[in-house]
Design a protein around this ligand. Structure first.
Ligand SMILES: *[C@@H]1O[C@H](CO)[C@@H](O)[C@H](O)[C@H]1NC(C)=O
Length: 309
């Protein structure tokens, strides 16, 4: 009896982004382009930073760590989606589904806390330049990175365990292109009250960094406004403006998806998920670094070394 129940929950069906064949083809092509760009772009950032000793400081270490998280983050969902589309299959095993969910939540949270660490770093650099090297020592930098990973994984574990303990007796069709909490909870025939409460708590934990980011930027802007030269103001506004674009895109999509009643969840939310699953990890390295002169110089050096050796 128990065996039978278990075998019936062994597989889920991933319906995809929209569920319509032509649109699935479109998203397949889109992901096929975006995924290599994301991986290569982030990898280049990491290599450029590690190989250039001028960039061995907290700001760039954090950026390299963010790129690393972004590579993992997009690798949790996109390759599986591409492979399934190629093989004409929509299946994912129960364990595969939970694994995907675990890493998706863990890495999204780690990403979120690292964005906060980066904003904090900039706030200290701009508002307390004289104390910067003592406050942002190598140790505090390592601490911020480790804390991001620990919090990310600590936030993923309870959701995954709670979902693993549910039973799924009806439809196995997950209304998304990867295994996410909301569509899975909708499929369960168990009591999901605790799961839903934990999900809101989880979104809360995920959103704490947003508060740190806002506080950091308020400090940055209030410092910058006291700089007499308009050039300095313009420069600070243009870099902070691009950071803020990524940040609002990121938190806007996540909160739009999870901070509302579960009953209103439907397949079209998967389109929003595409945004933060693929577009933000791809944009991060470009927005954070390509407008930056030191970063461009480091990339040039990296290519030069490769071609001359
Ligand atoms: C991440 O940050 C740590 C500590 O700041 C640094 O030593 C390490 O090189 C960084 N990792 C990457 C991949 O850059």
């Amino acid at each position: 009896m128990r065996e039978e129940n278990q075998s019936s929950t062994k597989e889920f069906i991933l319906l995809g982004v929209t569920g319509q064949q032509e649109q699935e083809d479109f998203f397949f092509i889109l992901f096929l382009f975006l995924y290599p760009i994301t991986v290569v772009g982030n990898l280049l950032i990491i290599l450029a930073i590690l190989s250039d000793s001028c960039l061995h400081n907290p700001m760039y270490f954090l950026l390299a760590n963010l790129s690393l998280v972004d590579i993992f983050f997009s690798s949790v969902t996109i390759p599986k989606m591409l492979a399934n589309h190629l093989m004409g299959s929509k299946a994912i095993s129960f364990v595969g589904c939970l694994t995907q969910m675990y890493f998706m939540i863990a890495l999204a949270n780690t990403d979120s806390y690292m964005l906060a660490a980066m904003a904090y770093d900039r706030a200290i650099a701009i508002s307390r330049p004289l104390h910067y090297t003592t406050i942002m020592s190598l140790w505090s930098c390592i601490l911020l990175v480790v804390a991001s990973w620990v919090i990310g994984n600590a936030n993923a574990l309870p959701h995954t365990l709670l979902t693993a303990s549910l039973s799924f007796c009806g439809s196995k069709e997950v209304a998304n292109f990867y295994c996410d909490i909301s569509p899975l909870l909708k499929l369960s025939c168990s009591d999901i009250h605790l799961n839903v409460k934990m999900m809101y708590l989880g979104v809360g934990v995920f959103s704490v960094p947003l508060l740190c980011i806002i506080v950091s930027y308020v400090r940055v802007f209030s410092t910058v406004l006291h700089i007499p030269s308009t050039k300095g103001v313009q420069k600070a506004f243009s870099t902070c403006g691009s950071h803020l674009t990524v940040v609002s895109l990121y938190y806007g999509t996540v909160m739009g998806m999870y901070f509302r009643p579960l009953t209103s969840y439907s397949l079209k939310d998967a389109v929003i998920a595409v945004m933060y699953m693929t577009v933000t990890p791809m944009l991060n390295p470009f927005i954070y670094s390509l407008r930056n002169r030191d970063m461009k110089a480091a990339l040039k050096k990296l290519f030069h070394r490769r071609s001359s050796s």
